[in-house]
Design a protein around this ligand. Structure first.
Ligand SMILES: *[C@@H]1O[C@H](CO)[C@@H](O)[C@H](O)[C@H]1NC(C)=O
Ligand SMILES: *[C@@H]1O[C@H](CO)[C@@H](O)[C@H](O)[C@H]1NC(C)=O
Ligand SMILES: *[C@@H]1O[C@H](CO)[C@@H](O)[C@H](O)[C@H]1NC(C)=O
Ligand SMILES: *[C@@H]1O[C@H](CO)[C@@H](O)[C@H](O)[C@H]1NC(C)=O
Ligand SMILES: *[C@@H]1O[C@H](CO)[C@@H](O)[C@H](O)[C@H]1NC(C)=O
Ligand SMILES: *[C@@H]1O[C@H](CO)[C@@H](O)[C@H](O)[C@H]1NC(C)=O
Ligand SMILES: *[C@@H]1O[C@H](CO)[C@@H](O)[C@H](O)[C@H]1NC(C)=O
Ligand SMILES: *[C@@H]1O[C@H](CO)[C@@H](O)[C@H](O)[C@H]1NC(C)=O
Length: 641
């Protein structure tokens, strides 16, 4: 498969929207009419966001010193599909919008519904020190849902499709010699309207039952500029294993095959631990002596510098090996050659004020800290992709990530589960997902399908070919081809979702039969790893100061407990059942539903505003350690890793 590196260059052969530089006069932007929109529920961070949100350096795996954040108050116009033919160059768009919060969110200030077609507008200056000849200016987007067309000073500069992926546009040739540059972004996001079937995860324009949430449209991650040499590094693929072997491919923007120098630094020092020289565009293998290994308990990260011509970037990695092996006659997931019991939450990544975007990096990290504090060593990032800083936080804190592909809309009216026409684009975006995230040390496994959403229901089963594709793009992680429901034997896990009674790696409920295509075939397959990919899901109704819906009827869960005491009693029972399945059967990991309440779903470890922690943290700590101890005992280890 041909891979896109996410770099969008000029638009050869397409209709030119060029207007001469002189005819486009960017208007002055001001944010005085911006205010946070209405949300039924605030977080403690809502009113601290201000008008310079997400100021942090957004791309920790490839840092360059000269950069400029464009987040802030831009202008916005709700529009129609035909307006792409006549971009509003040099006009004042009516409404303010706070980038990078999606149009449906309160923090965007738009708080819109049905925002299908939109114009965004801002202007920017390029620092004069960036303008030396031999330099390029890249305009970077963390993510825009779903399509983005970029215009700079009246020129069409780029286009990107896919709501979850970072992309860059080289805007050097469109910049003015002096003064402000006008940036217009046209976005189109159909989500699940009419019969559209594109990767959307849990967003829905029309579903109202509890597990579907508010959609997210438009720009929803940091927008920023950087200065690079004209010939520069475009992407770094890098994994480092438990033996100190580093496998790196440095891609240049010109697809060159030219020498570069890579330095792995000593811990807490600029000194070199290892210096090696590779060639761009091709895998390069070298070894670092006795690195400290990355594990959830010791998440050691090594700084890396790469010098390619005059381009110097900072990166990092962790040394660890993810694999699968038989221990005591049972298929197990292994980290650094030992059985690791991944135990985490279903992590939706929704916020009542920012919808798809946490109000701040601090807020985003707060969730992870709460989970880590009670001993979870994993998150299942559920049918969503997070900003790079989330994965960096998992790398730093020692949290394994099971990364789901954002699912297609589960059902197209009257057409069955999958519109076959949607498959190629799903496949292309699955490759983008793996390419974007495969170099983060915390990534542990990939999930291709969740609960049959957008999964073909008759042969040939697409998950076999897609598992092969994912394996070829990233041979260093495990693959959960099908999380829940229709399993046909592909890839590494037998993952069964059972909310009220966990059924993990046990033959007691159903016998696994790969030939059975009749229904939910969810037993135990001894040739693969037994995983409880979702369980828990119990909730309590929430007082309206902490709930999204202000009616009790609007609040639901797979099972509702009367109060938090009862919730913890039920949670303790479920955790005990899972532990027994570790002790007696072949259970090798679990995913508790879920990190927080989301909208009408009141089954989080925390409420949606993160203010009430349902967990009895003492009990959860004890029960989670008991799971790890049970797993260690099955591997005859005397202590947990
Ligand atoms: C800011 O923009 C708004 C909307 O265009 C306008 O009404 C207001 O006068 C502007 N304020 C300043 C200080 O320019
Ligand atoms: C915005 O446009 C959509 C259609 O694209 C329409 O449904 C919606 O009502 C519009 N909203 C406003 C405020 O104009
Ligand atoms: C290095 O990584 C590339 C790209 O993922 C892969 O094709 C290759 O097999 C790897 N080499 C080794 C020795 O692991
Ligand atoms: C990596 O580099 C950063 C920035 O120079 C520094 O703050 C950090 O301590 C370094 N990390 C390690 C493990 O040396
Ligand atoms: C653990 O020890 C028991 C008793 O010696 C043995 O039967 C079992 O196979 C061992 N399991 C593993 C995973 O080594
Ligand atoms: C909800 O908040 C209001 C205002 O702060 C407060 O007066 C009320 O007591 C709170 N309700 C509950 C149930 O805590
Ligand atoms: C938010 O503030 C309230 C009141 O100070 C506090 O009780 C709550 O724990 C805070 N929540 C978070 C997530 O910090
Ligand atoms: C929390 O759990 C611990 C350990 O199970 C228990 O001793 C304690 O009483 C519980 N606390 C509450 C408030 O239920």
């Amino acid at each position: 498969m041909r891979l896109s590196l996410g770099i969008v260059t000029g638009f050869l052969g397409l209709k030119s929207f060029a207007a001469s530089e002189n005819t486009v006069k960017p208007r002055q932007i001001n944010g005085t009419d911006y205010k946070v929109g209405f949300t039924p529920l605030k977080t403690n961070w809502t009113d601290t966001v201000g008008t310079s949100p997400w100021p942090e350096y957004p791309r920790p795996r490839m840092q360059r010193p000269k950069w400029k954040n464009l987040n802030g108050v831009w202008r916005y116009r709700n529009t129609t599909d035909s307006s792409l033919e006549s971009p509003p160059f040099g006009q004042a768009l009516e409404k303010p919008v706070l980038v990078p919060f999606c149009l449906e969110s309160a923090l965007s200030g738009v708080t819109g519904k049905n925002r299908i077609w939109s114009w965004y507008q801002t202007s920017f200056d390029v620092p004069s020190s960036w303008k030396a000849s031999g330099n390029s200016v890249l305009l970077n987007f963390g993510a825009v849902d779903y399509e983005a067309t970029i215009f700079v000073n009246g020129h069409k500069a780029g286009f990107h499709r896919g709501g979850y992926f970072e992309f860059s546009v080289d805007v050097t040739s469109y910049l003015k010699a002096n003064g402000a540059n006008e940036l217009l972004v046209y976005t189109f996001d159909p989500t699940d309207m009419d019969k559209v079937q594109i990767p959307i995860g849990k967003q829905s324009l029309w579903r109202s039952d509890m597990i579907w949430y508010t959609p997210c449209s438009g720009i929803w991650q940091t927008v920023w500029l950087e200065s690079t040499p004209t010939e520069h590094i475009a992407k770094i693929d890098l994994v480092a294993d438990m033996h100190g072997q580093v496998n790196v491919t440095v891609h240049s923007n010109s697809n060159s095959n030219i020498a570069y120098e890579i330095t792995v630094h000593e811990l807490n020092s600029d000194d070199a631990k290892k210096i090696a020289n590779g060639i761009t565009g091709t895998p390069f293998i070298f070894t670092v002596d006795s690195p400290q290994l990355w594990t959830p308990d010791t998440p050691t990260l090594y700084n890396i510098s790469i010098r390619y011509g005059s381009d110097i970037v900072q990166s990092y990695t962790g040394f660890r090996t993810v694999s699968r092996g038989v221990i005591g006659n049972v298929q197990r997931p292994l980290l650094n050659g030992e059985f690791v019991f991944p135990f985490g939450t279903l992590d939706q990544g929704y916020w009542p004020d920012g919808i798809y975007t946490a109000p701040s990096v601090e807020a985003m990290s707060y969730d992870l800290k709460v989970l880590k504090n009670v001993g979870y060593n994993m998150v299942r990032k559920h049918v969503k992709v997070e900003p790079a800083l989330y994965y960096r936080a998992c790398d730093e804190m020692g949290i394994l990530v099971i990364q789901d592909m954002p699912s297609l809309r589960p059902q197209v009216d009257g057409v069955g589960q999958l519109d076959p026409a949607a498959q190629p684009e799903f496949n292309r975006q699955l490759a983008l997902l793996v390419e974007q995230l495969k170099s983060y040390p915390s990534i542990f496994a990939w999930t291709i399908y969740n609960e049959e959403w957008g999964q073909a229901t008759s042969p040939p089963w697409p998950e076999f070919g897609l598992s092969d594709m994912v394996r070829s793009l990233d041979p260093t992680r495990l693959i959960n081809a099908v999380s829940g429901w229709w399993d046909h034997g592909a890839a590494d896990f037998m993952d069964n979702h059972h909310y009220t009674t966990p059924q993990c790696g046990t033959p007691l409920w159903y016998n696994y039969d790969p030939a059975d295509t009749s229904g939910h075939n969810a037993g135990y397959d001894p040739s693969r790893i037994g995983l409880q990919g979702e369980f828990g899901g119990i909730g309590t109704k929430v007082d309206f100061n902490h709930s999204w819906y202000k009616t009790l009827d609007g609040q639901s869960a797979y099972k509702l407990a009367d109060d938090i005491l009862h919730w913890n009693y039920l949670a303790g029972n479920l955790l005990t059942q899972l532990r027994e399945q570790v002790e007696e059967f072949a259970c090798s990991g679990g995913v508790w539903t879920q990190t927080t309440d989301v909208e009408g779903e009141v089954n989080g470890m925390m409420t949606y505003d993160r203010s009430i922690i349902r967990m009895n943290t003492t009990m959860f700590k004890d029960e989670i350690q008991a799971l790890y101890a049970a797993a260690a005992k099955r591997a005859n280890k005397t202590e947990t890793e």
